[in-house]
Ligand binder design. Structure first.
Ligand code: FMN
Length: 403
């Protein structure tokens, strides 16, 4: 219940993504938040007051000049009696009104009258988003201290066009809300962290590559957990299908050499957590053209060469971070291999896990790890990857702060 007791005013404006705000209401309430919804006229063309009212278990506010609503809560109390105002979806029109201080309906008036933080989740056609007028308004809103989440790139629901303009998915909006309302201590404030995540892809030719089963779930969760504790996190991610975690700078790479360069160029840092399943080998010379199958001929052998060892490079670098954590994915002798890795790579801590297929860890959502340090081994119970991430982030914070 990360949002227990938090009071959120949710403004829904008239975009096609309004249907997603129904799910957003559910997700926010699941986490303990109470919702007071405001719908613009436009929003009511896309979803009904009935659905919004039922899901939020609240009266739905729509009119500025409503005698009952003014007597009951009133627009000034609506604007102030909350911890956060979220606008999802935020239309180009509503953002323009906000940027220019208009107050000609309930939503815009509440937004002008509020002294509470505001989170905007824009959703519009890519051309509307890219328009200089919208971009001017975005700059103004940012300068006014308004928080933005998204938009995302992808296919538009109604036109099928591709580009920047999709509303951020409800769960990612929830994560942004949690970050804004998070009043937990920030033991990693002022610290910088580099996290690697996912697999690497080593090309064979323009269409084929060598890869592994890493999903990036654990690395991404660790990046997000360190950020929640206040660290300034750069996530260097191999090819994954996960969204970039919120509150983290994500750099996308494909090959191990690119990952090494991205990591090294970001040193010095206070913390390095090398979670990526970096391919040990790459092809000596990837072909420029697709290698054709020749009937009757045996396949050409793949000539491999060793990839850079990123953890070892970081562990022995002149700008070595104060805490270097490595991951060891093993299918046998987990503890012994982890201990050897700790020494060879110059790490302070190895998180070793058994990734034999029957464990379901690689690519799955749970993890069962052993923490190997110079002084001993600690076995953690079976946990979700998010829980492993939170525990590890706390442990790093404790060590960095002298614990
Ligand atoms: C089918 C349809 C879809 C629309 N989708 C969007 C949208 O995704 N984003 C947007 O900014 N405007 C969109 N519009 C235009 C807005 O609804 C319009 O600008 C309206 O005045 C917004 O009012 P509001 O900001 O008060 O809700 C759409 C209009 C129609 C007819």
């Amino acid at each position: 219940m990360t949002l227990a007791g938090k009071r959120i005013v949710l403004i829904i404006s008239g975009g096609i993504a309004a249907y997603k705000s129904l799910d957003l209401i559910r997700r926010l309430r699941e986490r303990g938040a109470s919702i007071r919804p405001i719908m613009t006229r436009g929003a009511q063309e896309f979803i009904t007051q009935l659905a919004v009212g039922a899901l939020s278990a609240s009266h739905v506010y729509t009119e500025l000049f409503s005698r009952e609503d003014e007597q009951d809560v009133g627009h000034i109390r609506l604007a102030r009696d909350c911890d956060l105002i979220v606008i999802a979806p935020a239309t180009a029109d509503l953002m323009a009104k906000m940027a220019n201080g208009h107050a000609d309906d309930l939503a815009s008036t509440v937004l002008l009258a509020t002294d509470r933080p505001v989170l905007v989740a824009p959703a519009m056609n890519p051309k509307m988003w890219a328009h200089p007028a919208t971009q001017r308004n975005v700059s103004t809103l940012k300068a006014d201290g308004i928080n933005l989440v998204g938009p995302m790139a992808g296919e538009m629901a109604e036109s099928g066009e591709n580009g920047l303009g999709r509303m951020t998915e409800p769960l990612d909006i929830v994560a942004a809300v949690e970050r804004l309302l998070d009043d937990a201590p920030k033991p990693l404030a002022g610290k910088t962290a580099i996290v690697t995540s996912g697999p690497t892809h080593e090309p064979i030719d323009p269409v084929r590559y060598i890869a592994n089963r890493s999903s990036g779930r654990q690395g991404h969760a660790i990046a997000a957990a360190l950020a929640r504790l206040g660290a300034d996190v750069t996530l260097v991610s191999g090819p994954v299908t996960l969204p970039d975690p919120t509150g983290v700078k994500t750099v996308h790479v494909e090959r191990a050499e690119e990952m090494r360069d991205a990591v090294i160029s970001r040193l010095p840092a206070d913390i390095a957590v090398m979670v990526a399943a970096v391919a040990d080998w790459r092809t000596v010379a990837p072909a420029d053209q697709k290698i054709k199958k020749q009937p009757g001929e045996a396949p050409a052998p793949l000539r491999l060469t060793e990839n850079p060892d990123i953890l070892k490079t970081v562990g022995h670098h002149k700008y070595r971070p104060k805490i270097v954590v490595g991951f060891a994915a093993e299918t046998q002798n987990v503890e012994d291999n982890g201990r050897t890795k700790l020494e060879r790579k110059g790490a302070d801590l190895i998180v070793a896990n058994d990734v034999s297929p029957e464990t379901g860890i690689m690519g799955g959502t749970r993890n069962s790890v052993k923490l190997i340090t110079k002084t001993g081994v600690e076995t953690w119970p079976d946990l979700s990857k998010d829980e492993v991430a939170d525990r590890l982030a706390q442990l790093i914070a404790g060590r960095l702060n002298g614990g």
